[in-house]
Write a protein that binds this ligand. Structure first.
Ligand SMILES: [Zn+2]
Length: 135
């Protein structure tokens, strides 16, 4: 986000990060925040609420070295998490490999009731990925 001050119409600048503060980011998104709750094996375990964001609208403020990487199966998704506290605040999803998915639970000042949460059947990913909007 090289021009973080240049907000798109209707967009809100958001900040977020992990629990310990070693991972911090800023991003922008259109309100109301529409997030996906996925039932796949890893998202269910983590409780991840997906807010998809393009690379241009996301900026990591802390060092990439503060993140560990976990991959499985196809290896396309990059499941980064904080090396210190273990929180997965954002990652690169297989559905949007040019962008990111931010965990809406990790956004500053955003309450669950502020979110428009809809389900995504990630257990049947190939059959359902087409319903996800492009970035
Ligand atoms: Zn942390």
């Amino acid at each position: 986000m090289s021009h973080a001050e240049d907000l798109a119409i209707g967009a809100r600048k958001l900040s977020g990060g992990c629990h310990c503060g070693q991972v911090k980011f800023v991003m922008q998104a259109i309100e109301p925040l529409a997030v996906k709750e996925c039932n796949c094996s890893i998202c269910q375990a983590v409780g991840f609420l997906h807010l998809f964001v393009s690379k241009a609208n996301f900026e990591l403020l802390t060092d990439w070295d503060n993140l560990s990487l976990y991959t499985f199966n196809s290896g396309v998704a990059r499941h980064w998490f904080c090396k210190t506290c273990g929180v997965k605040a954002f990652y690169r999803p297989r559905s949007h490999p040019t962008g990111y998915s931010v965990n809406a639970r990790c956004l500053d000042g955003v309450e669950l009731e502020d979110l428009q949460i809809s389900p995504f059947d990630g257990r049947n990913w190939e059959a359902n990925v087409g319903e996800l909007a492009p970035l």
